[in-house]
Design a protein around this ligand. Structure first.
Ligand SMILES: Nc1ncnc2c1ncn2[C@@H]1O[C@H](COP(=O)(O)OP(=O)(O)OP(=O)(O)O)[C@@H](O)[C@H]1O
Ligand SMILES: [Mg+2]
Length: 396
């Protein structure tokens, strides 16, 4: 069929033609944010899930929902090796300039911009990567101690008071939160906690890999009580069918029932894979309806496309020794696996492999569902490792 009208959208953070199966989560966040705006007790939400399950597009949709309801938002993606203050400062400035347009909130808005100036000035030495234009002189003693935990708290308090005056809420949407350093996470948690205690309308909606939950707990032991960690996972069959059938139907094309079922089973309902299979099945079909034979040939080209993009970008970030570790895991199947079993495959001691395992966790390649267990953060990665490093030569 005409590739120009192909509705499917495989890609990192690319909005799907149909955001299937996420209505309950969107509603839960809508309710939480509305409560925050009204000063009612609420937990911040952190979406956790594997690679390619749709955390980023869901976060973006939630943000659109919030903006449509008149809530002010900030959008941050935490890359590896950037400090949280450097990510927050420019976004906060923008948000404060916008809030200051509200007559009621103007004075507090300016005070917050002074707090931001003090914050940046005091922390610039420690976090060299902060770069932001400042609109006002600092107010001595306001958020300018040079201690992140203290200053962020003071900053968030004035920001919260500003949002409250403007009768709105300010919501931080932060993606890839697992990459934020633990002491910076701790400061963020403290600042949010302070706002929650004072019923100030500032909150966080975050997203990250499953290791985020443990990281938050290690950063602040009370984090588990402050946050909810809804899981974003593969779509159940009903939603997976809709993810494919609805966009197809909207283009006035049909898909055979067995062809649709085949896509659902092959992808196991993983959103990224659904988009890839949908795209390739569409392109493989000569005309409507899309048949099972189209899906069969799509499976080959979809896997090849995934190997070249989705899987490949992860694989290319690994050292040879790390590749070998993951290949050893793959040898044992999809997982999770005991660290001892992986070590046995490699004929090494568990303790000797500890540092590499930690590095792979911090790179976001694996995580630990339970103490001593190791699992891939990328769905179906074990099969990919078999394809890219076939046979037994990897052991050499
Ligand atoms: N609910 C959904 N229904 C259908 N397709 C979806 C859904 N959610 C996400 N997708 C598609 O899945 C792909 C991956 O989405 P996204 O980049 O948001 O995942 P992610 O969890 O942020 O991945 P990563 O951890 O790699 O950043 C995109 O092509 C997107 O269009
Ligand atoms: Mg993402």
């Amino acid at each position: 069929m005409d590739p120009i009208t192909n509705p499917f959208a495989p890609g990192a953070g690319t909005p799907p033609p149909e955001l299937a199966g996420r209505d309950d989560l969107r509603e839960a966040v809508r309710v939480a944010l509305e409560r925050v705006r009204r000063g009612l007790p609420t937990k911040s939400m952190l979406l956790v899930g594997l690679r390619g399950v749709g955390k980023t597009v869901l976060l973006d949709r939630m943000r659109d929902d919030a903006e449509a309801a008149g809530i002010h938002t900030m959008r941050i993606e935490a890359p590896e090796n950037r400090s949280l203050p450097s990510l927050l400062a420019p976004q906060l400035r923008q948000a404060l300039l916008r809030l200051s347009r509200n007559q009621q909130a103007k004075d507090l808005g300016q005070r917050s911009l002074r707090a931001l100036a003090g914050f940046v000035k005091a922390l610039k030495l420690k976090y060299h990567d902060i770069e932001v234009g400042l609109d006002f002189e600092p107010e001595p003693g306001l958020a300018d101690n040079g201690d992140l935990e203290h200053d962020l708290q003071a900053l968030f308090e004035t920001v919260g008071a500003t949002a409250q005056k403007a009768r709105t809420a300010l919501v931080l949407f932060i993606d890839e939160l697992q990459y934020v350093e633990e002491d910076e996470l701790a400061a963020l948690i403290t600042a949010l906690h302070r706002c929650a205690q004072r019923r100030l309308p500032v909150t966080l909606v975050g997203a990250g890999l499953p290791q985020l939950r443990g990281r938050m707990g290690r950063a602040k032991s009370y984090a588990e009580r402050l946050f909810e960690f809804p899981e974003v996972g593969a779509l159940p069959p009903i939603a997976a069918r809709i993810a494919i059938s609805k966009p197809v139907r909207e283009q006035r094309v049909r898909i055979d029932r067995d062809a649709l079922e085949r896509i659902v089973t092959e992808t196991k309902g993983y959103p990224y894979f659904l988009q890839e299979w949908g795209k390739h099945a569409w392109d493989a079909a000569d005309s409507s309806p899309i048949t099972i034979d189209d899906v069969k040939s799509a499976s080959i080209s979809a896997i090849a496309a995934l190997d070249e993009s989705f899987f490949r970008v992860r694989f290319d970030r690994l050292t040879p020794a790390e590749k070998k570790y993951l290949r050893a895991m793959a040898e044992l199947g999809p997982g999770p696996h005991r660290s001892g079993d992986v070590a046995e495959q490699l004929e090494r001691k568990v303790t000797a492999l500890g540092p590499m395992r930690n590095k792979l966790i911090s790179k976001g390649m694996i995580w630990s569902p339970n103490h001593g267990d190791t699992a891939f953060t990328v769905p179906l990665f074990d099969a990919f490792m078999h394809r890219i490093m076939p046979g037994h030569r990897w052991r050499e």
